[in-house]
Design a protein around this ligand. Structure first.
Ligand SMILES: NC(=O)c1ccc[n+]([C@@H]2O[C@H](COP(=O)([O-])OP(=O)(O)OC[C@H]3O[C@@H](n4cnc5c(N)ncnc54)[C@H](O)[C@@H]3O)[C@@H](O)[C@H]2O)c1
Length: 339
């Protein structure tokens, strides 16, 4: 029998009817966020140009195609960006060139998207929608190679490659526009994400997802060196929760947060877990290639106490469960992601 008590109201119900723009909305993080926003009843607009080789994938919208609007356009197009921003309440600013290695081969493209594209969005907000709430998707890579111990938001930033340097510039622009022009932006530095709806065609982005593909294909997984390097892995639903919580919190203006599990796991251990859950695949240890060695950040674990304290966010997905649902998803959907 039902008790008659109403279920407690979730703060995320504040998204009902909210006009939201997600840049990079057909990619890994953006599309997972779009699904949650659509389920919460938000008015969702996505801006994504399907940048070649990146994670943008039409299939990522399966099930919400009729509930979201997709503008197929580039954040470098000023006029489109202004039109897309001007009637919105919240902008989740996620689109980016995301490959560390490609940013070293083609630094101008990275700067074009990750610097000029960001300025377009901020200028559009300043000129056309100054009361827009902005959440900028940054990365743990801005810390560079922080060494031992959990990394605090107040720690030094020392990017090791063009991608990370340009993402840091994007952060600084958001901070400057918040303090000088009174925009309301929050910066989220995301750790190593994994989960459904990611790019699985090549290894330049999101190494864990790539390893999952190799295991599913029963192919050897190449590990550089001994694989003892420690990383902080986070399941995509937990990352999306952080974005959703931040989006409704205007009082987090100008702040920067680590979005991370706070737990370090050696790469080799996670790969062994993937092989066990997938029930196939093998490990092959190879020497570090020179370019990868030069831009590798070494061990990384973030301190997540600030976002826990200020936004009440928690990572709730155990690594084992996250890997299992990721592997299940790609086993079922491989035709949309392999290629
Ligand atoms: N995936 C991770 O583990 C991770 C970790 C830290 C930070 N990030 C950040 O998260 C964001 C999204 O990464 P992702 O893993 O979802 O990548 P993704 O490649 O899956 O998604 C990026 C999306 O942005 C779109 N895009 C790129 N350039 C664009 C442009 N100029 N105009 C319009 N759309 C454009 C792409 O088409 C793609 O759909 C990036 O800002 C990245 O820096 C990701």
């Amino acid at each position: 029998m039902r008790s008659g008590k109403a279920a407690p109201k979730s703060p995320l119900q504040g998204y009902r009817g909210k006009k939201v723009l997600v840049t990079g909305g057909l990619g890994f993080l953006g599309s997972n966020l779009a699904h949650r926003l659509a389920a919460l009843g938000a008015d969702v607009r996505l801006l994504d140009c399907l940048l070649p080789l990146h994670g943008g994938n039409r299939h990522n919208l399966e099930g919400i195609e009729k509930r979201v609007e997709w503008i197929q356009a580039d954040i470098r197009d000023r006029a489109v960006v202004e039109a897309a921003v001007k009637d919105r309440d919240i902008l989740f600013n996620i689109a980016a060139q995301t490959s560390h290695t490609d940013s070293m081969r083609n630094p101008r493209l990275d700067a074009d998207i990750n610097i000029h594209g960001q300025l377009n969005l901020l200028e559009a907000a300043r000129l056309r929608r100054p009361d827009l709430r902005l959440v900028y998707c940054s990365t743990r890579a801005v810390y560079g190679s922080p060494g031992r111990g959990k990394v605090l938001e107040s720690g030094p930033t020392q990017p090791l490659d063009v991608y990370s340097a340009d993402k840091l510039a994007g952060e600084n622009y958001h901070r400057i526009y918040s303090s000088v022009f009174d925009l309301n932006a929050t910066i989220l530095r995301v750790a190593n994400g994994y989960g459904p709806r990611a790019q699985m065609r090549q290894p330049s982005f999101g190494i864990l997802n790539w390893f999952i593909r190799l295991a599913i294909d029963n192919a050897p997984i190449k590990i550089f060196g001994d694989g003892r390097q420690v990383r902080d892995y986070l399941y995509v639903d937990d990352i999306v929760d952080a974005f959703l919580m931040a989006g409704l919190r205007s009082d987090l203006r100008g702040e920067t947060y680590n979005v991370a599990s706070g737990k370090g796991v050696p790469l080799i251990e996670i790969v062994r877990k993937i092989l066990r859950i997938a029930g196939k695949g093998t490990i092959l240890h190879v020497p570090w290639p020179e370019t990868n060695k030069r831009i590798d950040a070494g061990d990384f674990v973030a301190d997540n106490r600030k976002i826990r304290r200020d936004a009440g966010w928690r990572a709730t997905t155990a690594l084992e469960d996250g890997l299992k649902s990721t592997i299940d998803f790609y086993e079922k959907n491989r035709r949309h992601y392999w290629g």
